[in-house]
Design a protein around this ligand. Structure first.
Ligand code: SF4
Ligand code: SF4
Length: 104
């Protein structure tokens, strides 16, 4: 399990800069940089809700990850102790990224 911070406050799953899902999928099979990765579980909060009132942030998540050439990737699972998903103001999956990506 990975401790996750997420600055994507426009995502419906975000509360208090954490993610409320029990697991996410990070994508970017050919990534060379952080910006080539993204959180595939992002969903834009179109309802205009200010905060996610009904969900509790999960501090640790299962992070499935397609970025095979990241140092922390082990058989499609993220083994980093802590990662940050970034993308303040994102309106689409492609505007998010795993800021903790390190090329192997
Ligand atoms: S962008 Fe990804 S990690 Fe962040 S809150 Fe949304 S689903 Fe969770
Ligand atoms: S740190 Fe690496 S393995 Fe973990 S989610 Fe980010 S890109 Fe995937």
């Amino acid at each position: 399990m990975t401790k996750l911070d997420c600055t994507v406050t426009t995502c419906i799953h975000n509360a208090e800069k954490c993610c409320c899902k029990s697991g996410i999928l990070v994508e970017g099979a050919q990534a060379k940089n952080c910006c080539d990765t993204c959180c595939g579980s992002f969903e834009e909060n179109r309802g205009g809700l200010f905060k996610n009132l009904f969900k509790t942030p999960e501090s640790k998540l299962e992070v499935e990850c397609d970025v095979a050439n990241c140092l922390y990737n082990d058989d499609h699972q993220c083994r980093a102790e802590r990662i940050t998903i970034a993308g303040d103001g994102a309106m689409a999956v492609g505007q998010t990224e795993c800021a903790s990506f390190r090329e192997k």
